[in-house]
Design a protein. Structure first.
Length: 225
């Protein structure tokens, strides 16, 4: 990261912190852009150029994170399932790096219905990013498996992050890693396979001339899928 980029990022973070503090103390609707800009030592036009609006400043970190994850997931990854989990860890680490700021954001969003609705949409954007990545990285993947895994990763991440936000106690990233490891095993895609239980192994023999559709039908019937 260049010095200019770092300075810009630091400046944006400072404005976000000021805005969230004002929203938390005075209320979202009662706080104007002019008040935010003045408290941040900036101008109204600069604020709009950086963020666009009051609600945008609340979700500014998410916009940057989504762009970062999209760029990262556009690169080759040895294990696409792990890549999605790593993306969720990146998001958690970002907010855990400044938990007090994250808690102020959580407090503000909780109080404003319009912000809660946007938060729901934002979570869906992460899910859609993961879903689309998995479908592109694994051609032929059942869409239900893709969307199911994407939604599960987002849900696990949000559960652990809310522990950090609500309990005001340190939540190490190892908690999220453990939860995501469990998820990878439940989906049967963990990169480190464990010794399978007897019920996890199925051996089937079919004539080579049997149509694949019939093989699939018999397997589904036998496994009660």
């Amino acid at each position: 990261m260049s010095d200019t980029t770092a300075a810009t990022s630091s400046s944006r973070t400072a404005v976000v912190a000021v805005a969230l503090d004002l929203f938390d103390r005075n209320g979202f609707d009662a706080t104007s852009v002019e008040q935010i800009a003045q408290a941040a030592g900036s101008s109204r036009s600069t604020f709009f150029r950086q963020f666009g609006g009051k609600d945008d400043v609340v979700f500014a970190d998410h916009e940057l994170l989504l762009a970062q994850l999209r760029e990262n997931l556009s690169q080759p990854h040895e294990n696409p399932w792990v890549a999605v989990c790593d993306a969720a860890v990146t998001v958690f680490k970002h907010f855990a790096a400044d938990p007090e700021l994250a808690r102020r954001r959580y407090s503000v969003v909780r109080k404003v219905p319009a912000l809660r609705e946007r938060e729901i949409v934002t979570v869906f954007r992460y899910e859609r990013l993961f879903d689309e990545y998995l479908r592109g990285a694994l051609p032929g993947l059942d869409p239900i498996d893709a969307v199911g895994f994407a939604a599960s990763v987002a849900a696990v991440h949000n559960h652990v992050l809310r522990q950090l936000l609500r309990d005001r106690e340190p939540v190490p990233v190892s908690v999220l890693h453990a939860a995501l490891d469990d998820l990878l095993r439940k989906f049967g895609v963990h990169p480190d396979p464990q010794h399978p239980d007897p019920d996890d192994v199925v051996v089937a023999v079919f004539p080579k001339r049997m149509p694949l559709a019939e093989v699939t039908r018999r397997l589904r019937s036998s496994l009660d899928l």
